[in-house]
Design a protein. Structure first.
Length: 159
């Protein structure tokens, strides 16, 4: 399985970089995993809805340059479908069984993902109704991908 994570913004905090590196190492036996960082768009804290969408669109242009036409596109979106870990593992397994072994996951910037990229995505998932910093979300996503593969293998993993 080839998994690509395209994320807006660079990881700034050392503890997040260390956590990401740890999960990348743990995932090596299970999948080819690549993380692509694109620049996030600087913006003020208070934006109109139109201005916020314009920021998301500029980030989407950067993200779109890295999208492969054959990839199954999954957007992380607070309004997306929520899965528990076993359901997520089942979903990924079904993707693999139907020949969709090239998966791209999108993590938007602090304002989320553009409406255009959300429409292009074959699946929108949410990890919680809570809002997480987009940089922390990268680490959470990698942990969940690792958990998915441990469930695939029937190996024990902390619950």
């Amino acid at each position: 399985m080839q998994i690509t994570i395209i994320a807006a913004g660079k990881l700034k905090e050392n503890y997040l970089r260390q956590g990401v590196q740890e999960y990348l190492k743990r995932l090596q036996p299970f999948a080819k995993l690549k993380i692509i960082e694109v620049a996030d768009e600087f913006h003020s804290e208070k934006l109109s809805d139109i201005a916020a969408e314009q920021v998301r669109q500029r980030e989407a242009k950067r993200i779109s340059k890295h999208l492969k036409p054959d990839a199954f596109l999954i957007a992380l979106d607070i309004t997306g479908k929520m899965y528990n870990s076993e359901e997520m593992a089942d979903y990924f397994q079904k993707l693999m069984l139907t020949g969709k072994s090239n998966i791209t996951l999108l993590i938007g910037g602090s304002l989320g993902i553009s409406s255009e990229l959300l429409r292009r995505s074959q699946l929108r998932i949410s990890f919680s109704k809570l809002t997480f910093p987009h940089q922390l979300m990268r680490l959470i996503l990698l942990e969940q991908i690792y958990r998915v593969f441990k469930i695939f293998k029937g190996e024990p993993y902390h619950k």
